[in-house]
Design a protein. Structure first.
Length: 180
């Protein structure tokens, strides 16, 4: 009887390990799909703040501001799981790291985490361009959710129970990109 119990316990442990391993393999496959879908250069087209859609800098570009973009790579940063990203804001170039935490291929949505960005330190003659850059960096760094569909990328952060929010109990920031 003891041998049967030990055998059943061993089988259960092996089954759990196999089940967990399959889940990890599935997660890795989905993350790899997300990396391949995300990889490349994305041009910032619009910004949603709460319920207001706006141009990337709050005013029409008309050639006054450099094309704002972000490029996601599959190149690892040092010994971490973070991957390298770089891009152009309204004034400066920047770089940093990101990691895809999860991805659902059916809904084409996932969770992402950005490392702090570093940028060149050029100044602009127009403070509005620097404000635009600061807004872009802050929205990019705090983004938690992403969706990739039909050559379009959304990076977003939702604030639930936002204090003093005119938008019910939540507030949403979304960056809208087109694939270059």
């Amino acid at each position: 009887m003891k041998k049967i119990l030990i055998l059943l316990m061993s089988f259960t442990i092996i089954s759990c390990s196999t089940s967990n391993q399959t889940s990890l393999e599935s997660l890795n496959t989905q993350r790899l799909t997300a990396f391949s879908n995300l990889e490349g250069t994305w041009i910032l087209k619009n910004v949603l703040m709460g319920d207001a859609m706006d141009a990337p800098c709050g005013f029409m570009n008309e050639g006054k501001v450099k094309e704002m973009n972000v490029t996601f790579t599959s190149e690892k940063l040092t010994e971490t799981e973070c991957m390298k990203l770089y891009g152009q804001s309204s004034v400066n170039e920047f770089m940093g790291g990101y990691i895809i935490l999860s991805y659902d291929a059916d809904t084409k949505t996932g969770k992402i985490k950005f490392e702090p960005l570093v940028a060149t330190r050029m100044a602009s003659v127009d403070p509005a361009f620097m404000d635009c850059e600061n807004r872009y960096f802050s929205y990019l760094e705090i983004a938690e959710d992403f969706k990739i569909e039909n050559g379009k990328l959304q990076l977003s952060k939702t604030y639930d129970n936002a204090v003093n929010s005119p938008f019910d109990n939540s507030y949403n920031n979304v960056l809208y990109f087109d694939k270059k």
